[in-house]
Design a protein around this ligand. Structure first.
Ligand code: GLN
Length: 484
């Protein structure tokens, strides 16, 4: 097997066994990146020189523990000291942060080597990575299709073997949905589990940092490093971080799994339902107890999300005014004009749409009718989950209603695009952990299964997801990309 096909734990063994040096490893990933990027376009910035320097330092020290010598990449929403961080927006096109995100820093402290920054929808608003102000990323399984979004670059890069793992963010599905479209593992941890310090904010009550990897073990390794309290982020929770690898025992005997009736309706394609039902059968054969459950308020999650998320975005994005960061219009006559011209030029259409929606929903006369109402709906959604979790260990559903769609197919209609998140958004609304793992192929395209857990019970997700991998081969499927 080639290096780019290997997982983090396999690469670690190669390094520790001195079969390959960090420099050789990092160079091999750059050759992969350089040969694929002209057609895939998953990266926005490549940090080859820095990475090779770090790799040489690693080899000089000659110790390969933790992530020593293991390459990774970050969605371009994570601030990186001295490296451009654009959030795929023109307004931040030349923004070079003076500090690192906590999650990224923790990976580097463990020896991980940053390969570069990955494409995304502008400010993480979207489900296809077509809202990037720079270019779209292609799906490695079919270059005419989207990789999903907003962390589409992260999903595509891991799937294509341009990086062994990557970080992304998930506000309404932006890790799980692209993971599903690209056939990789994607975890959105519980709200508060991972620090968001240094991650550009979209909707603060929903955003969460998470992992893309080739298999569940890699995801557990990375989560054990990035999770945990951070004094720089007051929303990160003071709770011990277990060694997530210890949950990988392959045993789901007696585990109670509920599958919500509502998640098999709502426009979900038949082929997707069939793939996930087959996966549930597999769990049954493995000794789990499978039962239908109900989350009755599911249909209100998406409309409520599209009030909460834009409202918070409109407040978070007020800081991009041409004064402190990034783009500024120099032809303006006065300061108000400068704000408005800088923002008009700097933000793309989807971002403007969200700012307008959010500002409207928060305006004084409408607050009770929209934002406050949405918060009440949010409580009902959380209660639904709580009720099910009184009797069940895990909830399983499809991740997205369809496989990856064609580039350009949904760009004309924002509402159609919003529907792709119908099965992931409720999990963010309730602050719960959710994971997508590959569970089938439909017409040559990957299908993802979503596992939803109790708050801070990522361990059960790892346990169940790993057990599925032990009994199936879907995680070994790789796109060919026309190159071997
Ligand atoms: N697609 C959803 C949106 O556009 C979710 C995005 C995300 O999770 N960042 O808001």
């Amino acid at each position: 097997m080639e290096l780019h096909e290997l997982t983090v734990h396999e690469l670690h063994e190669k390094l520790a066994g001195r079969e390959v040096s960090a420099e050789e490893l990092v160079s091999s990933f750059f050759s992969r990146i350089n040969s694929l990027e002209p057609k895939l376009r998953a990266f926005l910035t490549i940090t080859e020189e820095k990475a090779l320097m770090r790799a040489r330092e690693t080899d000089k020290l000659g110790k390969y523990e933790g992530l020593d010598g293991i390459p990774f990449a970050l969605k371009d929403i994570f601030c990186t000291r001295g490296i451009k961080t654009t959030c795929a927006s023109k307004i931040l096109e030349n923004f070079v942060p003076t500090y690192d995100s906590t999650a990224g820093r923790r990976l580097e402290e463990q020896g991980g080597i940053l390969l570069g920054k990955l494409n995304m929808d502008e400010f993480a608003m979207g489900s296809s990575t077509e809202h990037s102000a720079f270019y779209s990323t292609c799906n490695p399984w079919d270059l005419e299709r989207v990789p999903g979004g907003s962390s589409g670059g992260s999903a595509a890069a891991v799937s294509a073997g341009e990086t062994p793992f990557a970080l992304g963010t998930d506000t309404g599905g932006s890790i799980r949905q692209p993971a599903s479209y690209c056939g990789v593992v994607g975890l959105k941890p519980t709200y508060g589990r991972v620090s968001r310090w240094g991650v550009i904010a979209f909707a603060s009550s929903l955003d969460q940092v998470g992992v893309f990897s080739k298999d569940v073990r890699d995801c557990a390794i990375v989560m054990s490093i990035i999770a945990g309290k951070d004094p720089l982020d007051s929303t990160s929770v003071e709770l011990e971080v277990p060694d997530y690898s210890s949950f990988l025992d392959g045993n789901v005997r007696g585990m109670k799994i509920g599958y919500p009736r509502e998640y098999f309706q709502q426009g979900v394609e038949e082929s997707i339902k069939t793939a996930v039902m087959q996966a549930l059968k597999k769990y049954e054969e493995m000794g789990a107890i499978i039962e239908e459950v109900s989350l009755p308020h599911s249909e209100y999650a998406l409309p409520a999300y599209y009030l909460v998320a834009p409202a918070e975005a409109s407040a978070n994005l007020a800081r991009f005014d041409g004064v402190r960061y990034g783009l500024r219009d120099f032809d303006a006559e006065n300061v108000i004009d400068m704000f408005s011209r800088s923002r008009s030029q700097g933000f793309g259409n989807e971002v403007k749409r969200r700012i307008m929606l959010g500002t409207y929903a928060l305006s004084s006369g409408y607050y009770d009718a929209y934002y406050l109402k949405a918060l009440k709906v949010r409580r009902l959604i959380a209660n639904d989950f709580e009720k099910v979790f009184n009797d069940y260990d895990l909830i399983v559903s499809p991740t997205a209603p369809s496989p990856a769609f064609k580039l350009g197919e949904q760009t004309g209609d924002p509402l159609t695009l919003y529907m792709n998140d119908i099965l992931t958004v409720p999990v963010n609304m309730a602050g719960l952990p959710g994971m997508s793992i590959p569970c089938g192929l439909v017409n040559g395209l990957p299908v993802g299964m979503q596992l939803i857990g109790k708050a801070f019970d990522e361990g059960t997700l790892f346990k169940a997801a790993h057990a599925f991998e032990q009994n199936t081969d879907y995680h070994k499927m790789r796109p060919t990309l026309g190159v071997k």
